[in-house]
Design a protein around this ligand. Structure first.
Ligand code: TXA
Ligand code: MG
Length: 324
């Protein structure tokens, strides 16, 4: 039924291993227009096209470049999006008028079944309202989108919890546009010369390589503050703490560090994560829960800048309304 709904131009939210996506037929301009409207998404921010398998690539592109091929073979299905030249059958709004398209094959049984059954390229941005934290549970999709979409497929909460790694493979120099669960180190094992977008030397008047970098993302209602050491939060005046939500990361810290149990009692919401993967999985839901409880501010312990920490750190920085 959900596959038929997509085929007939309706909007269907579905789970993936990263975050929930909001799907629409990428060849149907009316469906895509509704999708942008439902999300409140700026029209200059292109959508990722989702496919049911490597054998469906020709639905979205007629040129799988060499770097894209190697990366897809190694990491698909999985949390990877490659940007390649687009197929003419895609509605131009999907790619915000660009001649390239982001393609992803999600590693989730329900998503794959849906995509294979409808046998079409499905544009699917994250299923949140534009600018808000992404949705990692169907309840969060319901919260943001209940009166704006036709179906929500209920699945378990998402295993990874943050969005896919995006790599632009359309030019001679492959560029990582968005950090994700597949780390830069992993990408470089198969394509050694991948750069990150901020390593590119852009002239002042040159556009950012990914339009998504221009917009606010992942922001809860409450302002987000980032901290390095737990002690910085313990030292806050009590009143500030009492109305706040605090998330910390309890790894690779010295056992002698005081973790300050009083925080648990004084914060509205207090959550510890014991690994980067755990923090990623719980991150967006933590932000949403802080808003549900009416937290006046949110304190997040910032993730390390290496390996998988890089992707989480990027989302934390953007949730705090900054770009670096
Ligand atoms: O994990 C994910 O990627 C999730 C799930 C649902 O698959 N989707 C997702 O989509 O995060 P969205 O729309 O929230 O983010 C898409 C990102 C944006 O930053 C956008 O600018 C970039 O991908 N993007 C898409 N097409 C592009 C293109 N042709 N060139 C450059 N960047 C592109
Ligand atoms: Mg998004």
């Amino acid at each position: 039924m959900a596959a038929q709904a997509l085929q007939s131009g309706l909007l269907v939210a579905f789970p993936t291993e990263t975050v929930f996506g909001l799907g629409a037929d990428a060849t149907n301009p009316q469906a895509i227009a509704r999708l942008f409207k439902a999300k409140g998404r700026p029209s200059d921010n292109p959508l990722i096209v989702h496919l049911g398998g490597i054998d469906h690539l020709s639905l979205a592109t007629d040129k799988v470049t060499e770097s894209a091929q190697v990366l897809l073979e190694r990491f698909s299905p999985g949390p990877l999006t490659v940007v390649v030249p687009k197929h003419t059958s895609l509605a131009s709004a999907v790619t915000a008028g660009l001649d390239t398209v982001g393609i992803r094959i999600p590693n989730h049984p329900l998503a794959l079944e849906l995509l294979q059954r409808c046998n079409r390229p499905i544009a699917a941005p994250s299923a949140n309202r534009s600018g808000r934290p992404s949705c990692t549970t169907w309840q969060a999709v319901w919260e943001d989108m209940q009166d704006r979409v036709d179906y929500i497929l209920r699945g378990d909460s998402c295993q990874i919890g943050i969005e896919s790694t995006v790599v632009d493979c359309s030019g001679s120099q492959p560029v990582q546009l968005r950090a994700g669960a597949i780390t830069l180190e992993q990408l470089r094992q198969v394509v050694p010369d991948i750069k990150t977008w901020n390593q590119l030397e852009l002239a002042d008047d040159q556009a950012l390589p990914s339009p998504g970098l221009r917009h606010a993302h992942y922001q809860p209602v409450a302002p987000v503050y980032l901290f390095n050491y737990h002690q910085q939060v313990i030292d806050l005046p009590g009143g500030q703490l009492a109305q706040s939500a605090c998330a910390d990361l309890r790894i690779a810290r010295s056992p002698s560090e005081s973790y300050g149990q009083p925080l648990t009692e004084r914060c509205l919401l207090y959550q510890s994560f014991y690994s980067i993967a755990d923090y990623m999985r719980g991150f967006y839901e933590f932000l949403r829960e802080a808003d549900r409880r009416g937290a006046a501010r949110i304190y997040l312990q910032i993730a390390p800048a290496n390996d998988q920490g890089a992707a989480l750190r990027d989302r934390q920085i953007r949730a705090a309304g900054r770009t670096n």
